[in-house]
Design a protein around this ligand. Structure first.
Ligand SMILES: Nc1nc2c(ncn2[C@@H]2O[C@H](COP(=O)(O)OP(=O)(O)OP(=O)(O)O)[C@@H](O)[C@H]2O)c(=O)[nH]1
Ligand SMILES: [Mg+2]
Length: 362
C-alpha cells in the first residue's frame, strides 16, 4: 500500500516540475493517467468506500458545504438556513451531517453542513470517506475556506481523488471492448487530443482491444475521468469566509481569477450572506414553472421547481400520473419566451418562469 502512495507522490512531483506547454502536454496526460490507475489500485486494496451519512434528501436540490475544519461551515449553515449547528473555536466541532433548508425565490434548497475534511480524506483520514460519499450526491458544492489559510486547490484535489470532478461536464465518449483487432479510435477532426496520446492513455489503463468513440472535443483529463468510471461531475462555488479579519486582498483577486465564482463572506458578522444565497440559486440553474388553471389563475406563490433540461413531460409527472395519460398539449408563455403563447407537446423544453396550462382529454 505504502508503495503505491509513494509512487503516486513521485509522479505528482514530476508533474509539478514539468512546465505545461504544447510539447509536454502529452507526457503530462500520460502521468495523470498513471496516477489515476494507481489510485484505483490503492482503492481496490482498501475494499469498499463507505456509504456516507444517511441523511434523507429533501427540497428541490442539495448543496454540500465542504472545507477544512474550523473555517466556519457550521456558522454559515446557521446564517443561510433556520438550522442551528454547533459552532466551536476548534477543529472537528461538527461530527455528523447537519441539514438545513434555504428558501429562495420559490425554491427549497437543502444545505448540508459536514464535518471538516483534512488532507488525505479521500484515503479515509478523519471519516473522510463517509463525508466524501455524502458530497458525491450533492447538486452543488460550496467550498468554504478561511480567508487567511484558503487552500481551495487542496480541497479540489481531495474531491478529485474521491471521484468528484468540479465544474466540468461529462463528455460524450463511449468504449466498446473487443476480443481482438487492437485499438480503433473514432474522433471528430480537430480534437484537442491527438491520436497517439489517446492510445498511450488507453494503454496505461491496460486497454488493448477496443473501439473508442469520441464525439466532441475532449482533453486528456476528460478521457482519464471517463476511463476511471464512477466519476461524478458537480458544479461548485467558493465561499471565502472570515473576511472581517485583516487579510491580503490580492490573494482573493488571484482566487477569483482562478475560480470565477468566488463570494466573500463573514458568517459571524453577516456580511455577503445574501450574495452567497443568490450565487447558490444561480448555480443550481433551477427552472421554475407557474401553473395556470382552467379559470386562468396563475399560482405565483408556489412554482414547480425543476432542473435545467426538464421538459413538459416532467411537469406532468410532478402533477400526477393521470396527467401523463390524459395529456393533449400544453400552452406556454413566459418572460423568457419571445413568441407569445405556444402550444407544446410532452418533449418540449421548459424555460425558467414559464407559465404553463396543461390541456387534457376528459
Ligand atoms: N472572525 C470570524 N470568525 C468566524 C467567522 N465564521 C466563523 N468564525 C469562527 O470560526 C470558528 C469555527 O466556526 P465553525 O462554524 O464551528 O467552523 P466549522 O467549519 O463548522 O468547523 P468544524 O465543524 O470543526 O469543521 C468559531 O470560533 C467561529 O466563531 C467569521 O466570519 N469571522
Ligand atoms: Mg462545523
Amino acid at each position: 500500500m505504502a508503495g503505491i502512495e509513494d509512487r503516486i507522490h513521485e509522479i505528482e512531483e514530476e508533474i509539478k516540475k514539468t512546465q505545461y506547454n504544447k510539447a509536454t502536454e502529452r507526457h503530462i496526460g500520460l502521468l495523470k493517467a498513471r496516477i489515476s490507475k494507481l489510485q484505483m489500485e490503492a482503492e481496490s486494496h482498501k475494499g469498499h468506500g463507505g456509504t456516507g451519512f444517511s441523511i434523507p434528501k429533501s427540497g428541490d436540490a442539495t448543496v454540500a458545504l465542504v472545507g477544512f475544519p474550523n473555517v466556519g461551515k457550521s456558522s454559515l449553515l446557521n446564517k443561510l438556513t433556520d438550522s442551528d449547528s454547533e459552532v466551536g473555536n476548534f477543529a472537528f466541532t461538527t461530527l455528523r451531517v447537519i441539514p438545513g433548508i434555504l428558501e429562495i425565490n420559490g425554491a427549497r434548497v437543502q444545505i448540508l453542513d459536514l464535518p471538516g475534511i483534512i488532507e488525505n480524506a479521500a484515503s479515509g483520514s478523519g471519516r473522510g470517506r463517509e463525508i466524501l460519499s455524502t458530497v458525491r450526491s450533492a447538486d452543488l458544492i460550496v467550498i468554504v475556506v478561511d480567508v487567511q489559510t484558503q487552500g481551495v486547490d487542496k480541497i479540489q484535489n481531495e474531491l478529485y481523488k474521491a471521484g468528484i470532478v468540479l465544474n466540468r461536464k461529462r463528455k460524450n465518449v463511449s468504449l466498446k471492448k473487443t476480443n481482438s483487432g487492437g485499438l480503433k479510435v473514432y474522433r471528430p477532426k480537430g480534437t484537442l487530443l491527438d491520436e497517439d496520446s489517446i492510445r498511450e492513455i488507453l494503454k496505461e489503463f491496460k486497454i488493448t482491444n477496443a473501439e473508442l468513440y469520441i464525439r466532441e472535443r475532449i482533453t486528456a483529463d476528460d478521457l482519464i475521468d471517463f476511463l476511471k468510471g464512477n466519476v461524478v461531475y458537480v458544479p461548485s462555488i467558493v465561499a471565502v469566509n472570515k473576511i472581517d479579519i485583516p487579510h491580503d486582498e490580492s490573494r482573493i483577486e488571484a482566487l477569483k481569477k482562478q475560480w470565477g465564482a468566488v463570494v466573500e463572506v463573514s458568517a459571524s458578522k453577516g456580511i455577503g450572506i445574501e450574495k452567497l444565497k443568490d450565487a447558490i440559486f444561480e448555480s443550481l440553474q433551477f427552472v421554475r414553472i407557474y401553473l395556470k388553471d382552467k379559470a386562468g389563475r396563475v399560482d405565483f406563490e408556489r412554482p414547480l421547481v425543476l432542473t435545467q433540461g426538464s421538459k413538459v413531460r416532467d411537469v406532468c409527472r410532478k402533477i400526477s400520473r393521470e396527467m401523463m395519460s390524459s395529456f393533449r398539449y400544453a400552452i406556454m408563455t413566459g418572460p423568457n419566451r419571445k413568441m407569445g403563447e405556444i402550444r407544446a407537446g410532452l418533449d418540449y423544453d421548459l424555460k425558467d418562469q414559464d407559465i404553463v396550462t396543461v390541456v387534457s382529454r376528459n
